[in-house]
Each structure stands twice: as structure tokens, then as C-alpha cells.
Design a protein around this ligand. Sequence first.
Ligand code: T46
Length: 133
Amino acid sequence: SIEDCEIIEVPKIKDPRGTIAVVEKDVIPFETKRVYYLYDVPSDASRGGHAHKKLYQFLIALSGSFDVILQDGKEQKKITLNKPNKGLLIKPGIWRELENFSSGSVCLVLASEVYKEEDYIRNFEEFKLFKTR
Ligand code: T46
């Protein structure tokens, strides 16, 4: 459920030269097989609009901010990501939409699997059936 999608703080090391945040071993509950990032997203654009059958993802606003709307078929919640050391864990079977991207924002995504279109549920009716099976 969306209750299991949580904000996870990424440990950081800060000194007068700036800050390093490190995602390794036990920070997120999966091994990363793919990294991608969204950038140059127009402020009126909506991304996502799908769920995944098996994929785990960890989203970080490396720069700027954006909103993530999560739905599990029962409940909905909106989370604003705006810190480079706080990410959102999205578990499988959750419908997500990303919107309200600030100018210059970058969304980094760590994913548990390589890209597979078969893992996507891009139709909301199909998603609801998937949730009730
Ligand atoms: C997600 C949100 C946060 C690839 O070929 N390889 C990839 O690894 C990805 C992520 C996408 N693509 C292709 C598939 C489409 O033809 O790039 C095109 C745009 O992908 P999509 O419409 O799925 O983009 P978003 O931003 O709506 O969704 C992406 C991820 O696909 C998705 O898993 O959770 O970012």
C-alpha cells in the first residue's frame, strides 16, 4: 500500500567544501540495476501515469522540486520532493504521477530492474483490476 512508500534520508557527509550524499548497501531495500534522470521538464508537464508490477524505485530531487502523487487503488497521497538527501521509495503496485516540476529541477531515479515495458501498467482500469486480483 502507499503506507509502505516512505521518505528515506540519504546519509550525507558535510564539510566546508560542501556535501556528499551516498546511497549504498542498506539505505534502500533493493539493489540498483538502472539509473536514469528526468530533466528539462516543463512546469505544466505530467510524467508517470502508470504502475509497475515488480519494479522498486527510489526517487530523489537532485535539484529543485516536484510533486509525486501515489495511489494504491484505495488511497492517494501527494509528496513533495525538494531535498537532494531525501528520497521517496516507491514499491511495486503503486500508481504514480509526477508534476509541478520547478524550473531546472532534476529527478534522479534508482531502479531495481533494467527497463522492461512488460513491467508497466499504463492503463488505470487495468491497474484497478491488477489490485483486486
Ligand atoms: C517511472 C517514472 C518516475 C526507456 O527506454 N528506458 C528507460 O529506462 C525509461 C525509464 C524509459 N524509456 C523510454 C520509454 C518511453 O518510450 O522512454 C520513454 C519515456 O518513458 P516514460 O513515458 O515511461 O517516462 P515517465 O517519466 O513517465 O516514467 C519514468 C519511468 O518510465 C517510470 O518507471 O516510475 O519515470
